[in-house]
Design a protein. Structure first.
Length: 398
């Protein structure tokens, strides 16, 4: 079930013109309603708008990390506090609406939301959603650190193996799950995100052996969150594949769907074994392998049982982290927008395949498949622009 962060605004019609006239403006279709719920999240089939993570102040002691998270607050089922609203301040917009600002929880201080119907971006500032144009704050992300001592603590006594990437000497914890299907008795996964490559600043063109680290801060890459990569980099395809669909003249690459040794698994993209950026003998985790990890008690409740840091428990030993994303374009246009967002909110991981679902809102962009996980929701058929930076997990070939 996709993540939905709902921002509820009370929107009233501004007095304008002859009541009997009709308008071709799409925004006018909803003017008869006294309120409208607008929601946004990359990966949600009903998304509209943008969101970014809240700002925080870096601790003076880098070894002591704050574990505060938005996930523990009193919230609606959509994950956003909508328990109170205000009708004090009004502000006219160019679309013909009068916006009566809603209160926002202190957990969302510094977050932004883009409302297409109003063609305006709003920021949570001093407990209220206000237009960015009138804000006194220019939001920027600044690092916040966490206590990582429980990253590999498993409540069910899963034991970890280790794998050393011969390319750079990076040592990864691994976790093995029994499978028992089609002759595969077990599957071994990385128990942490891939962290391969040299760190480069967000928005820089990725080349071989490069990665982004959240907030351009190496602490995240070095402490389990791993690197963030564009889709083409993860698949080890030419950079043009971040902007063009597979099989096109600019991105003629394809997957070898026959690479799976299990005959029944061949010709199936959700089961494809594709090495991509992973070490030799390993491949980019595919959709069905994510399903294998999600099996077990509590699986329908999302990641609350997959990671002890920020998300409560690590019942499966998978040590999942909500590592956030690097946004490099606006959701609905190719305009550059360099922002690290949503750390401690969700885990978004690339998987093989082009995405062609309802999320596509920018016809100039190419979208890739992702698995989007929040504390209480899982969506294995999500997607986002390939130019964004996301996490990946690797799986040992079988």
């Amino acid at each position: 079930m996709p993540l939905v962060l709902a921002l509820v605004f009370a929107i009233f019609v501004a007095g304008c013109g002859d009541d009997s006239s009709t308008s071709s403006d799409p925004a006018s279709e909803s003017q008869s309603s006294s309120s409208v719920t607008l929601s946004e999240v990359e990966g949600s089939s009903s998304s509209v708008g943008r969101e970014t993570s809240s700002s925080s102040v870096k601790s003076g002691d880098d070894s002591q990390k704050s574990s505060s998270s938005v996930s523990g607050k009193n919230s609606s089922s959509d994950g956003v506090d909508t328990s109170s609203s205000s009708v004090d301040n009004t502000r006219s917009s160019s679309s013909g609406y009068v916006l009566r600002d809603s209160l926002c929880s202190s957990d969302y201080e510094g977050w932004t939301q883009y409302i297409p119907q109003l063609q305006q971006e709003f920021i949570c500032e001093n407990g209220r959603w206000i237009p960015m144009s009138s804000s006194s704050v220019t939001p920027s992300s600044s690092s916040k650190y966490y206590d990582m001592s429980r990253l590999f603590v498993s409540e069910n006594d899963y034991s970890y193996g280790e794998f050393t990437d011969p390319r750079d000497g990076q040592v990864y914890k691994t976790i093995r799950y029994e499978h028992g299907f089609r002759g595969i008795d077990s599957i071994t996964f990385f128990a942490q995100n891939l962290n391969y490559g040299r760190m480069i600043p967000g928005g820089t063109q990725m080349t071989d052996s490069t990665k982004f680290c959240y907030d351009d801060d190496p602490w995240y890459c070095e402490n389990g969150f791993g690197g963030l990569y564009t889709w083409a980099t993860v698949m080890n395809f030419p950079a043009a594949c971040d902007s063009f669909a597979m099989g096109s003249a600019k991105c003629p690459e394809e997957y070898d769907l026959m690479s799976n040794p299990v005959p029944e698994y061949q010709n199936n993209l959700s089961l494809v074994i594709h090495r991509g950026i992973c070490p030799e003998g390993w491949h980019v985790m595919n959709e069905e392998e994510w399903a294998t990890v999600m099996k077990g008690r509590g699986s329908r409740d999302g990641a609350s049982y997959l990671g002890a840091v920020l998300w409560g428990s690590n019942q499966r030993g998978f040590s999942l982290l909500p590592a956030g994303v690097l946004q490099t374009q606006w959701v609905d246009s190719p305009e550059k927008y360099i922002r690290y967002a949503n750390i401690d909110v969700f885990a978004d991981h690339w998987i093989p395949g082009d995405y062609d679902g309802s999320l596509v809102r920018d016809s100039t962009a190419s979208y890739g498949n992702t698995v989007l996980i929040t504390q209480d929701r899982i969506n294995r058929t999500a997607g986002t622009k390939k130019v964004n930076g996301l996490s990946i997990r690797c799986v040992q070939d079988y």
